[in-house]
Design a protein around this ligand. Structure first.
Ligand SMILES: C[S@@+](CC[C@H](N)C(=O)[O-])C[C@H]1O[C@@H](n2cnc3c(N)ncnc32)[C@H](O)[C@@H]1O
Length: 263
């Protein structure tokens, strides 16, 4: 069964905002360093393949994509949706946190989108070590950054934001998730291994033309905050009703490009 939060319907709803948010400048920085044919790109936690649909056209020449996810339903959707005259695809079902430098041999680029904040510090350290040891650049987009700006503002916004951020850092099955600390942890891991890291802001900008996404995101944001901080449950229904009545949102994310010396 697909994990709640990674439902294909939710991933489809956010795909346009994700595409508009990712920092294309990092791809411009990366592209001249990629000269193998075909490029072999691994997308970790591919979901339904949104990152591939965004990135294939921004890279040059024939590409072979290796899509990794532990969810077989999402993987089959991603495999079927990524076609093109010069793009081939294979899928790998399993836990991406077990990947080693050996597994990355022959890879031109490791990518991920909306993944790092779901990992632990140890998992990010291991992933960075695998990329650096294999000499493979990594482009990790759309990690949550822990800041939300709502317009118009309300006094309660900060309380919901703090509770949501604490929820993102919760312990799940004995794993402490990084949540908004993910990019800082990844930068430290890559730089500690001698890689050069560039980060760029990649916020969602949600206005009236993204009403369905804004509403779904707000419901999830408020629900997670209440799960974390039960004191907010009393305020939540009226707060949500007011926010669903019309709000613009800027939801901060960060993209990261790490190039190891051999790149
Ligand atoms: C938030 S979704 C992002 C999906 C896609 N990259 C996108 O941007 O639409 C996170 C994805 O990572 C996968 N995932 C999370 N942790 C994983 C792990 N340890 N091993 C394999 N897949 C994982 C989930 O199944 C899910 O498809």
């Amino acid at each position: 069964m697909t994990t709640p939060g990674f439902a294909p319907e939710w991933l489809a709803l956010r795909e346009r905002a994700d595409a508009e948010a990712r920092a294309a400048g990092l791809v411009e920085e990366l592209r001249p360093t990629l000269n193998r044919t075909p490029l072999v790109v691994r997308d970790l936690g591919c979901g339904t393949g949104s990152m591939g649909r965004w990135l294939t056209g921004r890279l040059d020449g024939p590409q072979h994509w290796v899509l990794h996810d532990r969810d077989p339903r999402l993987l089959s959707l991603a495999g079927a949706a990524m076609t093109g005259p010069s793009t081939t695809v294979e899928t790998r079902e399993g836990d991406l946190t077990a990947l080693t430098a050996h597994d990355l041999e022959g890879t031109s680029l490791v990518t991920a989108s909306a993944l790092l904040d779901l990992l632990t510090a140890d998992e990010v350290n291991r992933l960075a070590a695998a990329c650096v040891e294999a000499g493979v650049p990594a482009l990790f987009t759309l990690s949550v950054a822990g800041k939300v700006e709502l317009d118009p503002t309300e006094a309660l916004d900060a309380e919901f934001e703090a509770a949501f951020n604490a929820h993102q850092r919760r312990v799940v099955d004995g794993r402490r998730l990084l949540g908004p600390d993910a990019v800082e942890a990844a930068v430290a891991a890559f730089e500690g291994l001698g890689a050069t890291v560039t980060t760029a802001s990649s916020p969602w900008r949600l206005a009236a033309d993204q009403a369905a996404l804004t509403a779904e995101w707000l419901r999830g944001w408020v629900d997670a905050a209440c799960e974390q901080e039960p004191a907010l449950v009393t305020e939540a229904p009226a707060y949500l009703r007011r926010r669903l009545g019309g709000v613009n949102a800027v939801v901060a994310h960060t993209d990261l490009l790490a190039m190891s010396r051999a790149d």
